[in-house]
Every structure is written in structure tokens, then in C-alpha cells.
Design a protein around this ligand. Sequence first.
Ligand code: BG6
Length: 469
Amino acid sequence: MKFPHDFIFGAASASYQIEGAWNEDGKGITNWDVFSKIPGKTYEGTNGEVAIDHYHRYKEDIQLMAEMGLESYRFSLSWARILPTGDGEVNEKGLEFYNNIINECLKYGIVPFVTLYHWDLPLTLEEDGGWTNKRTAEAFVKYAAICFQSFGDRVKHWITFNETVMFCGLGYLKGAHPPGIQNDEKKYFQATHYVFYAHAKAVEVYKELRQYGEIGITHVFLPAYSVDDKQENVIAARHANEYETFWYYDPILKGTYPTYVVEQLKEKGWTPDWTEEELNTLQRNAEKNDFIGLNYYQPIRVEKNNTVFSSMEHSRETSTLVPGSPSFDGYYRTVKMENKTYTKWGWEISPQGFLDGLHMLKARYGDIKMYVTENGLGDEDPIIDGEIVDVPRIKYIEQHLKVIKRAINEGIHLKGYYAWSAIDLLSWLNGYKKQYGFIYVDHQDNLNRKKKLSYHWYKAIIKTRGEKL
Ligand code: BG6
């Protein structure tokens, strides 16, 4: 069986991780421009000043994507290139850069799938409280409207936010992303609420413009499974799904927050300061979402946490989803299991976990359209005789595409797959050592691009529409 004719094969990236040119052509400074330079925050002090210099090499990069047969390219816009201070004047050079990217994609028939926010926030807004301040939400809506108006004639696929749980969780609970705050649950939930509110308003604005494209949000999908049948562990897994998944999709798709979590937040004093107007905005716009994006890398295996919970010190390593630490509320802990397979960075490889998770989402949210907006293997790729022989990546993607095919057959409404990533890029906390791309970037040799084995493999998959998978 081939993949359906309207299923999209794509690959993804994000502005901060590829562009570089951090202070060129009027771009404003972002939270990451500052945070990545604090000693110890990133692997070997890597930062996005140059990244892979996509800003200057985008033509070559998109040409390589076209040659691979990529049907769609998911990339994010840097807010601070377009609005250097977040909600002030527009920088025409920023608009020009993204017009060039979009036009270059269209030249080859590559469908641009645009993410508005992939974590790089104009510093002005971060310094004014970032996502805990409603100003940022209002500023986002203004920024989104400018993007719809500037690019919406050619861009018909929009993602508002990438992985709220990551930038809010790492930003306000673990301190591993900007603004680097630890263990502040109140701020964490407040920030997530303003993100959902900003999303709902942006969706509303988009629909009012009648551009006849589609809009949705992307979350990292971490379905939780109990390590065994023990009741307390089963309950712990349910708890994890409520906090890690339903908190993120319910306000978007149902327009209300999950009661289970809401009740507990009240008891703990962590309820966001929300207004009737904000809650109504969520409600009013829930049905206008066209799809949800899922970034799937791994499930989480969960057991009840029976040790006393105290505020934690987090290291950079334990902040990147490696199993073995208690949840922020101390209720459960994630576990590395003997009988599972893990990547070099300790992430479980589980296509089956994805399939089961997709059914869980369908049971809760019905037939909403879904895209896999990220999936891929972070690895240190082997180089043999000058060739990048990334066989483990091919295997990883192959296994996941197989379950996606099965999921479609089982009635899951999945319409596209975006491998993470199109090209090797800067990992937020892991530098350039952890590679994901189909295209290799040689940091020893002038950032030259080279096709990996997976590049040729994915090209064949796209060409044959995955018939042999
Ligand atoms: C996702 C992000 O969470 O994971 C990407 O959306 C990121 O931006 C990817 O690069 C992989 O994470 P890491 O830590 O392995 O680079």
C-alpha cells in the first residue's frame, strides 16, 4: 500500500537552530541570544550566532531539499527579525528574508508550513515577564496578524506554537531554557495559559482574514504508560497524561481545561490568574482549529513516586527528557526500563508507543486532523570513507513511518509527516554533536553541506510514496 495521495512527506527546522545572522539586517535580540551565553547553560557554550548560517545559504539548502523531493518544509519565523522589540515597529528586512524563503520553496513546489513561535522570544518581552505577562500574548497576536497579512497569500499552513510544555516547563520549572527560573509552578501554569489564550486569539484573527488556509498548534506528544499493572502506577500514568497531554490539548480542542488538573491547581494555589474574557476566548475558538501537530520522539514510562519530593536542582542533562527523575509535582517518576531500547541520549525508541498514543488522542478528541510535525533520531552519525552512513536514523524513521501507515489504516486522521530535521542544526542544549538531519553540515570545513545516506533513502520513500514500508 502507498501512502494516500494527499499525505505530505516533509521535514522541519526552527529559526534559532539554523539561521545565525543573530544581529544582522535589523533583527532584535532574543531571549536565546542572551541565555545561551550564560556559562554552563548549553553544551560547550554553543549558541545561535552563526548556527548553520542558513540566513546566507538558504538557496543552497532549499535546493537540496527540492532535490530530495521534499513535498513540504516546516520552518519557523524569528519574531525578532520581523518585530525587533516584540510589539513595536516592523523590520522590512525581516519580512524580506521570509518572503525569500517562501518564494524559494514555492519555486520548487515545496509547500511552506510555517511555525510562528519556536521559542525565540524578543528580549524586550522576556524582560517584561515573558509568557507570564499578558503583554506577550497580545504582542503575539499582533505579530501573527502581520505574518498572515504579509505571507498568507502564499502560506496556507500555520502552526502558532511549538511545544508549550517544553518552553514553559524548561523555562519556569527546570530553569534549563530562558528565563531560567526553577520550580515556580505558579508562573509555569500562568505562562501556559497565556500561550493558549494567544493561540486562540491568533486562530480567531486568522479565520477573520478569510485566507482559506489551515491553522493549528504543535505540542510534543509524550504519551505516558504505567511500567506495570499495579494500580498505583496505573493511576500515576493517568496523572501524567492529564498534566503532560490533556492540559495542552484540552484548552485548544475543547476550549476548557481538564477538571482533574484544575481541581488540583486550586488546592495547591497554582491556578493561573485567568479572566472570563480569556476563558471565553478559548471556548469560542476551540472548534476553529484545523489540525494539531504532534512532535513525537518517545513515550514516558511511569511509576508512582514514593520518595519525599523536595524542590529539585536540575542539570542540563536531566532537563532533556532522560528518564529517571520525579515529575515537578512529585507525584510520579519516569523510569528507564530494562526491556526497552534507547538512543545514545537516553530517549526510548517506541513506534508502538506512538500508535497507542494516537488511539488515546482519538478517543479523547475525536477525528481532528493531525500532522506529525517532528519525529527523528538524534545521533552522532558515523562517517565511513567520507560518507555519512546514518543507518540508525533510517531504521528509526522507517519504523515510525510503518506505524503511521498502520495508524491511517486504523482510522487515525493523519495527513503528513515532518522528519526532524531537514538538515543538521543546533540542538538547544546539546550543540552540534546531536545530529538529526538528512543533510550533513561540516563544522570542520566551512559549514559545507553533504547528503547523508538517509537523504537518498528518504528521497526514494517520497518517490514511491512509501509503498514498500
Ligand atoms: C523538539 C524541538 O522538542 O526536540 C526541537 O521542537 C528540538 O527544536 C528537538 O531540536 C530535539 O531536541 P534535542 O534536545 O535533541 O535537540
